[in-house]
Design a protein around this ligand. Structure first.
Ligand SMILES: [Zn+2]
Length: 647
């Protein structure tokens, strides 16, 4: 057995233990070492096994989703919302069966349904459910998820069905460092899978819980228990809760159990699914034109309620964006009293026909603040929500960008407070003990405006602030002092360039290595990066064009803030070379070639300049090649490039 095959098998086993069983047996480091070895061997040979874990890396963004017709229709389920309706279903089943029969009970997850196709033991494609008959091809996106096998033992044609979800803890974690936090787990899962850029799918870390077989070309129809066992045996991730009930009474008990346990699990769920287990009985019961007659979704009491909308207040955030916050007549919802809810923006208010003094439908999901779904009833006293024209905090004239309103005043108090709070936060400069209320006090009482002002504060400045004692002041000043040597990526996140979350900040740090280099970056260099799109690239250029930002960066430097970037220095055949790729290479994608060059000490540039030392010219190289010739820069072809990689 070749080394490559061996590596693929070991890595797949480890990934299975980690992602499917949630039970890792090796460290990331051990995994990465073998993964890198496999990647190298694959690059050298130019061949990879179909089930190689290197396939799971998100590829380039796609242009659009192709439509795909499912082999067998993906039925949706009939729904019950009361125990009586569920009991009626159980009675119908028993009548057909002529006796008590077994059921399975599972959680019903609130994410995005996906369908995976396998043929001759190999993964072929992943699609969304769509309308049940035709879905969208999301293979590139789903490939980045590791909770399913690329190779299975079953050799026939197979379609399995699962729910793509983002765990609530993962969503929390993501939102802590995201430039734009995601509102709820359901939208987050759908948004991650139905994203044209597989890299974004990967960054949101969705998972899939598999629960059904949609089509099986060979062998007899399976019972639900057999289908579940089949999924487990073939290496698909299933949710740990899978209950077989022998009677209708046991089903009702299982539903109660799920209803009380569901808040404790890490996945968003909106009900339970009850299925007749026996395959023969299922066949006998058949389908309506919409649903199988042998299954039922039990939806928990909707966590929705109507109440009166008293007022809408506008809150100004860090970027100046105004968010409307609805103040409600307090109401009980899912065991909590709710008096505030979010409306996303002015456009949202209009679309949902929400008016002051009207009754509105409020939904609680697993989010901190509930959401208003729409108005249910207007009264004589209903009034339109006024679209503000002036900032409620500073009185400046607001600007409208798309559906959003912005306060353009950088010195607007809530903006300054939010900016400082963000700057000091854990994933940014990590200034321990600095809270939003600290920021508020400093801005209001001490005239603090800029990040650099923090470093000029003395113990005296705090002495007359409420709640600050000697020890606390000392700790805070030490924490501020300590923040002077941040990692470059933390710094780039902290200063709040529009659209730069912690992940993009890291990519920029890796690529540019200093604030100075990033400041000098061109549009082409920025969009040449895998994860930076045009909007973000422009935001970065804007940021560094802005006079006040440049002054602030200089001020930070003068008070001693020095971002550092250290990574293992890569040495190799391209050390000291500034490389430009032009034309198309037959054996490598551009991003791959760049990584290979960088891993061997080279620096990649997007355009030929006097600093360029080497040009790699593929097929149909154009103006860059001409320019390189004019400048007398060393030019090599793909063949030579390949040789250099092997050196
Ligand atoms: Zn303002």
């Amino acid at each position: 057995m070749g080394r490559k095959r061996e590596l693929v098998d070991v890595l797949n086993k480890w990934a299975y233990e980690y992602y499917v069983l949630d039970n890792p047996t090796v460290s990331d480091k051990e995994y990465d070492a073998l993964y890198d070895e496999l990647k190298r061997l694959e690059e050298e040979s130019g061949e990879a096994y179909a089930d190689s874990p290197t396939r799971r890396v998100g590829g380039d963004p796609i242009k659009g989703f192709e439509k795909h017709t499912h082999i067998a229709r993906l039925f949706s389920l009939d729904k019950s919302v009361t125990k009586e309706e569920l009991q009626a279903f159980l009675t119908r089943v028993e009548k057909t069966a002529g006796k008590e029969t077994a059921y399975t009970v599972e959680y019903k997850f609130d994410g995005l349904t996906v369908c995976l196709t396998y043929d001759k033991g190999a993964f072929v494609r992943a699609t969304t459910r769509g309308n049940g008959t035709v879905g969208e091809d999301v293979t590139a996106q789903v490939l980045t998820i590791k909770s399913f096998p690329l190779k299975i033992s079953y050799q026939g044609l197979l379609e399995v069905r699962g729910e793509a979800v983002i765990r609530l803890s993962v969503l929390d974690e993501y939102n802590k460092t995201a430039a734009e936090p995601l509102k709820n787990a359901r939208n987050a899962a759908a948004g991650a899978i139905r994203n044209l850029d597989p890299k974004i799918t990967a960054s949101r870390r969705p998972e899939i819980y598999f629960y059904d077989i949609n089509y099986l070309s060979e062998g007899a129809e399976l019972s639900q228990t057999q289908a579940h066992d089949f999924l487990v045996k073939e290496g698909f991730k299933v949710f740990p809760y899978f209950k077989v009930c022998q009677t209708g009474e046991e089903v009702l008990a299982a539903i109660d159990e799920i209803e009380s346990e569901r808040r404790k699990i890490d996945v968003l769920t909106d009900g339970a699914v009850i299925k007749v287990d026996d395959a023969a009985l299922r066949e006998e019961m058949g389908f309506t034109d919409k649903f199988p007659r042998w299954a039922m979704a039990y939806k928990f009491e909707a966590e929705e309620v109507t109440t009166l909308l008293k007022e809408v207040v506008w809150q100004v955030g860090r970027t100046g964006k105004l968010t409307p916050l609805a103040l409600l007549e307090p109401v009980e919802l899912g065991g909590a009293t709710v008096s505030r809810a979010t409306l996303n923006n002015y456009g949202d208010i209009i679309r949902k026909d929400v008016k002051l003094g009207s009754r509105v439908l409020v939904r609680r999901s697993n989010e901190v603040i509930p959401e208003i779904l729409g108005a249910t009833e207007h009264t004589q006293n209903s009034r339109e929500v006024e679209k503000p024209t002036l900032c409620p905090a500073c009185g400046c004239t607001l600007e409208e960008v798309g559906a959003h309103l912005f306060c353009p005043n950088r010195a607007c108090l809530p903006r300054v407070v939010a900016r400082l709070d963000h700057y000091a936060s854990k994933n940014a400069m990590n200034i321990d003990g600095f809270s939003e209320s600290t920021a508020q006090l400093l801005v209001e009482k001490k005239g603090v405006q800029n990040f650099s002002d923090l470093y000029r504060l003395t113990a005296e400045d705090f002495a007359d602030l409420e709640g600050f004692k000697d020890k606390k002041i000392g700790n805070l000043l030490t924490a501020i002092e300590r923040s002077k040597a941040p990692a470059l990526d933390a710094f780039l996140f902290a200063i709040g360039v529009a659209g730069i979350g912690r992940v993009a900040a890291k990519d920029l740090a890796v690529r540019f290595k200093s604030v100075e280099n990033l400041k000098a970056a061109t549009f082409d260099e920025l969009i040449g990066m895998e994860n930076i799109g045009e909007i973000t690239a422009n935001a970065i250029l804007e940021y560094f064009k802005d006079e006040s930002n440049l002054l602030e960066l200089a001020a930070l430097e003068s008070v001693g803030v020095r971002p550092v970037w250290s990574e293992e220095k890569k040495e190799g055949v391209f050390s000291g070379e500034s490389v430009v790729l032009t034309g198309s290479l037959s054996g490598y994608k551009r991003s791959e070639a760049q990584k290979l060059i960088e891993a061997r000490g080279g620096v990649c540039q997007s355009s030929v300049t006097t600093k360029t030392t080497l040009v790699i010219a593929g097929e149909e190289a154009g103006s860059k090649l001409d320019k390189a010739k004019k400048l007398g820069i060393k030019i090599i072809d793909e063949e030579r490039f390949k040789q250099m990689l092997e050196e």
